[in-house]
Design a protein around this ligand. Structure first.
Ligand SMILES: [Fe+2]
Ligand SMILES: [Fe+2]
Length: 143
């Protein structure tokens, strides 16, 4: 498939930047949840992680697909697995209370989400994401 290498390189850097943000947000959630007055900060961090399961997965899959990454199906399945876990968690905690017009269980949800993501990432980053990054570096940065 034809693609513009320069555009893909920028896109790749965006995806790598997202990885850093995710890892930082996971760490920040633990710190913020230690302080009850940090509810707004925690909500912001939840939003960042929420972006991970939507935007980041989509971006990675786009790059993998357009460059012909051989393990695209595995990558999609692994993302799909985490996405399903994430939606279950979000549904379970239902952390916005419509009646009270306020957030509840914010830290319970945030810590559960951060820990789940942290454990999943330990494997995902070391396997499929790592292979994808290596593949993309060769495919769109070399020659
Ligand atoms: Fe991934
Ligand atoms: Fe990733």
């Amino acid at each position: 498939m034809e693609y513009n290498k320069e555009k893909l390189q920028l896109f790749f850097l965006k995806v790598e930047g997202q990885h850093e943000k995710i890892n930082k947000s996971v760490k920040d959630i633990y710190d913020a949840c230690a302080k009850p007055e940090e509810k707004e900060v925690v909500l912001e961090l939840i939003y960042t992680l929420d972006k991970y399961v939507t935007e980041h997965f989509k971006d990675e899959e786009f790059l993998a697909e357009i460059t012909g990454f051989p393990k695209l199906d595995f990558l999609k399945k692994d993302h799909e697995y985490f996405r399903a876990v994430y939606y279950r968690l979000r549904y379970h905690y239902n952390y916005y209370d419509e009646n009270a017009k306020d957030y509840k269980y914010v830290c319970m949800f945030a810590i559960h989400l951060a820990k789940t993501l942290e454990e999943w990432l330990k494997f995902h980053l070391k396997t499929l994401d790592k292979e994808l990054v290596k593949y993309l570096q060769e495919k769109i940065f070399e020659d």
